[in-house]
Write a protein that binds this ligand. Structure first.
Ligand code: NDP
Ligand code: 2IT
Length: 438
């Protein structure tokens, strides 16, 4: 870890992600000489390639704007690099390196042949017109296209990149290369997208939660849930909790959170989806629309008493004190829709309290898993139906839960972090061993 810190000065998110994995892996490989000889840990914590580039675009007032774009190709031992693209002002090389590192283990856990990558730009889509977003996406792809391909690296969406942005980027890729191919996932249904992909991450995080509860003889029905975020992952997680008979109490965005003691039902969730993807408004508007709900400016939802917690917004959005509050309020299980939403100190609180805690790399793997299925459908030039993909997602999440239990069960308690880290690591590391020194 000292070496990782020295080689990546100031990259706190990346160091945090490596730290969380290294602790578990170190115990696992202690007596396995072949991993030490091949320096697997040292190699796995070094991205294979980091591409950084300038993205120029013109805003509606004819100002020339300059952003920085990246693609981090972390590891392609078990398949083409695969992972989302994030557009957010907080994007840095450190954030994308942490995401690409996590993605490598997550993708391995799905059992599908996908390596790990992540990309993005420090572009803020908020308040931009559709034309501005289009021009930015086209400029971004004009550089990115040379680094990606259906058998090389297959990006998808993440924060700030949804159906609209994927459409603009796919259109530009097709225009530049004169090739229609499955180079991005999360595409629209009209042009090679997969059924169930929009829902997959949020639904998958709830299926993972359901599996954790089932493992100890419990269920979601009649339980209260606190969810952060109000984007793709949060709204679909809320939808599935509601369908399974749970009651969702909160949603949030970077401005604050709303608390609705009556429960956020399907009709309200549909309203939030429209608010966020069509009108592109703020979650505070929820409290004006629905009586009984309150808006808490500048706050996060973790002090609302609940049985289940699903952080679905961003990294490090749940700290040690907030974890203590959740535990003190009797939380039973935490399932992470977001990537690394809980700080290392927060994770320790959940671990010490022995509550069920599903880390992002396992709990939110449903999204990339269905992306993997979108790649298969594109290669086969065929589209499977919604029902079939729904069943496959359910099975994939059950499989991921099973792997976490296999490597993380300690008596009655399952250490899902350890299980996910070891199961994810083993497949990638064994493939790397097979290749020799590359
Ligand atoms: P969206 O852009 O659809 O939504 C992001 C949500 O998180 C918004 O409500 C946004 O609020 C909020 N948010 C973003 N940054 C911050 C911040 N710094 N502080 C507080 N709130 C913030 O993204 P997704 O729903 O796709 O992604 C959410 C999380 O899930 C991310 O961690 C992502 O990496 C992860 N994830 C996504 C997958 C996918 O398939 N989309 C797959 C697996 C993981 P605001 O509108 O104010 O910015
Ligand atoms: O973090 C993630 O797993 C994603 N943003 C989805 C990646 C993908 O390739 O579907």
């Amino acid at each position: 870890m000292e070496g990782v810190q020295r080689r990546n000065p100031g990259q706190t998110e990346f160091i945090q992600a490596v730290q969380e994995v290294a602790q578990d892996i170190f115990d696992f490989i202690e007596d396995k000489e072949e991993y030490h000889e091949a320096q697997i840990l040292r190699r796995i914590a070094e991205p294979e390639r980091v591409v950084s580039f300038r993205v120029c675009w013109e805003d509606d007032n004819h100002n020339i704007r300059v952003q920085r774009g990246w693609r981090v190709q972390n590891n392609n031992a078990i398949g083409p690099y695969k992972g989302g693209i994030r557009f957010h002002p907080s994007v840095t090389e450190s954030v994308l390196k942490f995401l690409a590192f996590e993605q490598t283990f997550k993708n391995s856990l799905t059992g599908l042949p996908m390596g790990g990558g992540k990309g993005g730009a420090n572009f803020n889509p908020r308040g931009k017109s559709d034309s501005e977003v289009m021009r930015f996406c086209q400029s971004f792809m004009t550089e990115l296209y040379r680094h990606i391909g259906p058998d090389t690296d297959v990006p998808a969406g993440d924060i700030g990149v949804g159906a609209r942005e994927i459409g603009y980027m796919f259109g530009q890729y097709k225009r530049i290369t004169n090739r229609w191919e499955g180079v991005l996932t999360g595409k629209g249904m009209e042009y090679g997208g997969s059924q169930m992909r929009p829902e997959a991450t949020g639904y998958g995080a709830v299926y993972f939660l359901q599996n954790m509860l089932k493992h100890s003889g419990q269920e979601i029905e009649d339980r209260t849930a606190v969810i952060s975020g109000s984007g793709n992952v949060a709204t679909h997680a809320a939808e599935k909790i509601t369908q399974l008979g749970g009651k969702v109490l909160t949603l949030s965005d970077s401005g604050g959170f709303i608390h609705d003691p009556d429960g956020i039902d399907q009709e309200k969730i549909n309203w939030v989806k429209e608010l966020k993807t069509v009108r592109r408004g703020r979650i505070s508007e929820y409290a004006d629309e629905f009586g009984g709900a309150t808006y808490h400016e500048g706050e996060r939802p973790w002090n609302v008493k609940c049985d289940l917690a699903l952080p679905c917004a961003t990294q490090n959005e749940l700290n040690e004190d907030e974890a203590k509050t959740l535990v003190g309020n009797g939380v039973v299980a935490v399932s992470e829709g977001a990537n690394m939403p809980t700080t290392l100190d927060g994770v320790k609180v959940f671990h010490d309290a022995k509550i069920m805690y599903g880390p992002g790399k396992a709990a939110n793997a449903g999204g990339v898993a269905v992306s993997g299925l979108e790649m298969s459908q594109n290669s086969e030039r065929i589209s499977w139906n919604h029902e079939r993909l729904g069943e496959m997602l359910t099975e994939l999440m059950e499989g991921i839960h099973g792997k976490c239990v296999e490597y993380g069960e300690q008596g009655k308690y399952v250490d899902y972090v350890k299980g996910a880290n070891i199961a994810g690591f083993k497949k990638v590391a064994d493939a790397m061993l097979a290749f020799g020194v590359v």
